[in-house]
Design a protein around this ligand. Structure first.
Ligand SMILES: Cc1cc2nc3c(=O)[nH]c(=O)nc-3n(C[C@H](O)[C@H](O)[C@H](O)COP(=O)(O)O)c2cc1C
Length: 194
């Protein structure tokens, strides 16, 4: 593995969404990023995932619809929450929804299709970095609320793997978070009777 890729993988961190700045990737860069994101292990070649682009004026209008939905559910929102819902999909230059289309199949377990959607989401994060952007993978309530999903163009039988916020980040490297100790998560296999 190239030293550069090894260093990138060993140090990559999510960047806080408000710190992601424009401009968004241009169409050709975005096409390359999505092509890379789709280049993942996928048992049975089902492509059990798809991408939805949230950007520009559409993202702003979707935020208004989500804010109205949250208000219908919860009553008047405080200023901070109202602002968050209104800008949920326009607070970064680009949000890519990675949608799992996993479902029953004669041969390929649904679980493996779900895992492939996760792989596509992580590959998108890596692809964003490869093109000089930073990213943040979130879901939040809109991923689990059927009305919110409908507003966002996601069918009831589909599930959100992630909403990946993408933008430029020119600040200091973000402080790391605690990572698991390998001794807690790695073990040697044990042979029968050993
Ligand atoms: C499927 C999935 C959903 C997530 N949803 C959220 C979320 O809704 N809100 C949040 O603050 N973080 C969420 N996270 C965590 C963020 O991605 C977080 O920034 C990340 O764990 C930081 O790790 P990193 O520095 O290795 O990128 C989610 C992570 C995954 C894998």
């Amino acid at each position: 593995m190239s030293e550069t890729i090894a260093r990138y993988l060993a140090t990559r961190r999510s960047v806080a969404i408000p710190a992601l700045e424009g401009p968004a990737p241009d169409d050709e860069t975005l096409r390359q990023m999505l092509t890379t994101a789709a280049r993942v292990p996928d048992h049975g070649k089902l492509a059990p995932w798809r991408f939805i682009l949230y950007r520009g004026e559409t993202a702003a209008r979707l935020g208004t619809a989500l804010r109205e939905l949250a208000e219908r559910r919860e009553g008047p929102l405080g200023e901070v929450r109202r602002d968050l819902e209104e800008k949920r999909f326009s607070r970064s230059p680009l949000v890519v929804g990675v949608v799992s289309r996993a479902g029953p199949h004669v041969k390929i377990p649904e679980w493996e299709q779900v895992l492939s959607a996760g792989a596509a989401t992580m590959n998108l994060v890596h692809a964003a970095h490869a093109h000089g952007f930073a990213a943040n993978w979130v879901t939040e309530w809109v991923a689990y609320d059927e009305e919110a999903k409908a507003i966002l163009g996601i069918a009831p039988e589909e599930k959100v793997a992630g909403f990946v916020h993408i933008g430029r980040y020119l600040g200091e490297p973000p402080a790391d978070r605690v990572r698991p100790e390998l001794s807690d998560i790695v073990s040697e296999a044990v042979a029968p009777g050993a």
